[in-house]
Ligand binder design. Structure first.
Ligand code: DQA
Length: 164
């Protein structure tokens, strides 16, 4: 099973940008922790960061047939991008949205997420630990989906035995 982690604009600046809001941790250190969690839980993981909306849409589309789960922090595009929302909705892959800061405790324009309604859920306000929580959530969802698919397969096999 595979998780793709997608990071939006300016998240490559973590550790430098507004440390009072986003903290001192760099994106690569957050990714190292996620990589460790993935190894411990025997899931594959891949990381992608882009400052460009179209590239994020392309990466979400590429997840089809490749990923079983997506973790995304669309950053500023959370509040503006119908294109990213539509891409998440189109691929039908369980997706967890993460924000380092509590977007509901900040400026008015950050209180709306266009992407959250098409995600399985949203984690906001726990800093880098939010990505760890997202790993737990997406692993759980992927396991549930996998178990459901296996049960369906077994049921179909039983049915075709009956019919033969
Ligand atoms: C953010 C919150 C967004 O409002 C902001 O534009 C970001 C980061 C977060 O992780 O808290 O770039 O997504």
């Amino acid at each position: 099973m595979k998780i793709v982690v997608i990071q939006g604009p300016n998240l490559n600046m973590l550790g430098h940008r507004e440390q009072n809001i986003y903290g001192p941790m760099k994106l690569e250190d957050i990714h190292k922790q996620m990589q460790n969690f993935a190894e411990q839980n025997k899931v594959e993981i891949e990381f992608f960061q882009s400052n460009l909306e179209g590239e994020i849409v392309d990466r979400i589309q590429e997840c089809m047939g490749e990923a079983n789960g997506i973790i995304i922090n669309p950053a500023a595009y959370t509040h503006t991008s119908i294109a990213i929302r539509d891409a998440i909705s189109a691929v039908q892959i369980p997706t967890v949205e993460v924000h380092l800061s509590n977007i509901y405790a900040r400026e008015e324009f950050r209180k709306t997420s266009l992407t959250a309604p098409v995600c399985a859920g949203q984690i906001s306000g726990f800093g880098p630990f939010g990505y760890h929580m997202a790993m737990i959530a997406i692993t759980q969802i992927m396991n549930e989906v996998h178990a459901m698919q296996e049960a369906q397969k077994a049921q179909m096999a039983q049915q075709s035995l009956k019919n033969s």
